[in-house]
Design a protein around this ligand. Structure first.
Ligand SMILES: Cc1ncc(COP(=O)(O)O)c(C=O)c1O
Length: 448
């Protein structure tokens, strides 16, 4: 058993067991399902992962932002076990059970917004976004949905349509869902208006005046769906005025303001929810990933009046809010609160951001360093003037980290971003070892 505080130790890559499993995978698993870091995990704890050949890795992707409270947190595992003994499944919509209601109560308590709120549960981030749109349409009686360039909301028909990266997510998967309208996001490093913040006067907000004339009338729009920090898009952190500006536009036009915190939620950004950084109160909030330490669970939480728009049985599903997943979520939220992991996210984020900014002085190919709490990314470019995306360098940096035992992931509409999403329980020693590996890896990729 791992303790969780292990440091990386890489002996053979790929080792013999891994080779065997990779061969089997190639034979039996559809090739559309890749394994980006070619390892097979034997066990994981905290921020440490051990593979089937005994190599130990530091996990700085957290199962894509899921293991915020660490891998297999013991109190979460204990609650999963206890709940599994009592009840594995019922379908809440037929016969209820307490963990569902307790979790709804907890989420209503900890999410932004003072007024009456309600929650409902489904299984994945995409399903939460789908349901938020259904609820917004039922509430407004309107069809349109506004989404943002560089956004990612999932892989179902509607959420793929809301998503803004053709390859690999949309290519050959059309036709797409109707009544989805895209607008530019506040991607300041690559502003589509060619402007710079703050002199731009928030051209991306101004753009709505034109958009509502050229694309659709606001009276046609049910919902606006926005990630507070665009995740897959490359950890795009907007200026502080952007989200409040969007909320104001939504309020003015009776559009439901849906904030997708699937990746940013649950202490990741240094607050329980990233919306808190911007002082916005979403009408509806979509949550998943960090909610339950890896048990499949997602939620829509929001204003009771909006959440109650669909009449009974118009939303839901067989597995949504499974009792074991709800028990895991309650224990996970408890762990995040008890261990003050939001503060820890701030510390981890500032250490990694500081490191990358120092490296940037020496290596200008680290074009843009962006972060909010422990959501940290660097966008790689061929040179800082042209900002030509350096996709190959990003892949090389991920590969160099991997060789040294640090697992990190790519992101970005041009696939030229390396993102760091460490478990918030990573120890100081692990954080420092990760910093060393990142430094060595950047040096290896950009060696003069
Ligand atoms: C912001 C956001 N929304 C939705 C999703 C989709 O979640 P899932 O993969 O659980 O369907 C993701 C996944 O990365 C995400 O980052």
């Amino acid at each position: 058993m791992l303790n969780g505080d292990e440091l990386p130790k890489v002996d053979s890559q790929p080792g013999p067991r891994t080779k065997e499993l990779l061969e089997k995978k190639a034979r039996f698993v559809a090739r559309g399902i890749p394994i980006l870091a070619p390892i097979f995990i034997e066990s994981a704890r905290g921020a440490a992962i051990r593979d089937v050949d005994g190599n130990v890795y530091l996990d700085f992707y957290s199962g894509i932002g899921v293991a915020n409270a660490g891998h297999c947190p013991q109190e979460v595992v204990a609650q999963i076990r206890a709940q599994a003994e009592r009840l594995l499944h019922s379908c809440f919509m037929v016969a209820g059970y307490e963990p569902y209601v307790k979790l709804a109560e907890k989420l209503v308590e900890i999410t932004p917004g003072e007024g009456l709120k309600k929650a409902m549960f489904v299984n994945s981030g995409a399903e939460a976004v789908e349901n938020a749109v259904k609820i917004a349409r039922a509430y407004t009686g309107k069809p349109g949905v506004i989404a943002f360039e560089a956004g990612f909301h999932g892989r179902t028909l509607l959420t793929m349509t809301l998503t803004s990266k053709v390859k690999p997510y949309k290519h050959q998967f059309g036709p797409f869902a109707p009544e989805v309208y895209k607008v530019p996001s506040a991607y300041c490093y690559r502003c589509v208006f060619g402007a710079s913040y703050p002199g731009c006067g928030l051209a991306c907000l101004e753009h709505f005046e034109r958009f509502f004339v050229t694309e659709t009338d606001p009276s046609n729009v049910a919902a606006m769906v926005i990630e507070p920090v665009q995740g897959e898009g490359g950890f795009i952190v907007p200026p502080k005025e952007f989200l409040p500006g969007l909320q104001e536009i939504c309020a003015r036009h009776g559009i439901v303001f849906v904030v997708d915190e699937v990746q940013t939620g649950f202490a990741r950004t240094g607050r329980m929810f990233a919306s808190e950084h911007y002082g916005v109160t979403p009408d509806l909030l979509t949550l998943a990933k960090g909610i339950a330490s890896g048990m499949p669970l997602s939620a829509v939480v929001g204003k009771a009046e909006i959440m109650d728009a669909p009449t009974p049985s118009r939303i839901g599903g067989t597995y949504g809010g499974n009792p074991v997943a709800c028990a895991a979520a309650l224990a996970t939220i408890d762990a995040l609160e008890q261990q003050q992991l939001s503060s820890r996210a701030e510390r981890i984020g500032s250490r990694l951001t500081g490191l990358l900014e120092t490296l940037q002085e020496r290596y200008p190919q680290l074009g843009d360093v962006r972060s909010l709490g422990a959501m940290v990314a660097v966008e790689l470019v061929k040179d800082p003037k042209s900002k030509a995306p350096a996709k190959e360098a990003a892949a090389a940096l991920i590969g160099e980290c991997f060789k040294r035992g640090l697992l990190v992931m790519g992101a970005g509409i041009f696939s030229n971003v390396v993102r760091l999403l460490p478990p918030l329980v990573a120890t100081e020693t692990q954080l420092e070892r990760a910093a060393e590996i990142l430094t060595e890896s950047v040096q290896a990729v950009f060696a003069e």
